[in-house]
Design a binder for this molecule. Sequence first.
Ligand code: GTP
Ligand code: MG
Length: 195
Amino acid sequence: MEVNHVELVMSAVDPAQYPTTGYPEIALVGRSNVGKSSLTNVLINRRSYARTSSQPGKTQTLNFYNVEDQLYFVDVPGYGYAKVSKSEREKWGQMIETYLTQRDQLKGVVSLVDARHAPTEDDIQMYKYLAYFNLPTLIVATKSDKIARGKWNQAVSQIKKAMDLPNTDNIIMFSAPKKIGKDAVWNWIEQQAFG
Ligand code: GTP
Ligand code: MG
């Protein structure tokens, strides 16, 4: 999709605050600092519309981005950030669960993992959770610019194996600074949202 207009319409913690326009929604989930906001910015052709940070745990609300009055990207706060308190983690868990399990407009989830490492326990749990609720999921391996091209296949196999992904499930190698994988991610999103 060629994107010209994007608007952060809501930072929600509660279903009462979710947008009511009814456009399909695509959520982005992943560990804190994995690159969710950076992926969002690449997809919408902006340098820094979604706030990125070298400080993990910055995004604490569900951020709904209206894209071209056609769909919403929902930037979900990152999991697995050790420094937040237990009560904050529980609050986070509830907010995410409510959104992921009760939102009819949610058409797909882009689940981000770090291309450089084996998926964490949290990554694996999140994937299983999404599968359990039958949410169409795309795995995007971020920061692929930080590993040599010759090691990409190995990185993909490592992720597939750790997550026990069916062979048919796609993983997309992605790089925000190099915009690698942008079209492939968009294709999947459009398929889920409008296909
Ligand atoms: P939270 O909002 O805290 O959950 O983090 P996030 O997942 O939104 O991560 P964010 O997009 O803020 O990126 C975290 C850091 O990783 C920033 O310093 C980014 O510049 C960097 N980063 C993100 N994606 C890539 C990538 O593809 N390649 C490289 N080299 N750096 C990246
Ligand atoms: Mg973020």
